[in-house]
Design a protein around this ligand. Sequence first.
Ligand code: FES
Length: 136
Amino acid sequence: MTTTILYVCVTCRGNPAAADDAPRPGARLLAAVEQRLGAGGDKGIAVVPANCLSNCPRGCSAAVSASGKWTYVIGDLDPDRHAGDVVDFARQHRAHAEGVPEWRERPEHVRKHTIARVPPVKPAAPSPSAPSQEQP
Ligand code: FES
């Protein structure tokens, strides 16, 4: 089974925005997610910090992705309340062959605050007119 990547934006300031001298809510969300995953012993989910997922007005933000599966961007995340929802959704995404967990079974926050979903990348079919190999 392919590794599921859980991206967490560490530059999110939250909504309302945190003070400049306060720890970034996105960084706090990353720590909370890592703590949850570590406690659960999940081996197939990799947490990767990201610098902006282009969802700033609705941060904090995270995204769940895996090779050959749909990608989801989730917003409006509160680091004190939603780390468990993100981890649970990543587990559901990992368990589903196409990365499309049953909608009703997704955590409520994920159902209501999915910003976007992106289809899996498919390998490009070779063009019939293109040479199959580089010509010397
Ligand atoms: S800073 Fe987090 S989405 Fe832009």
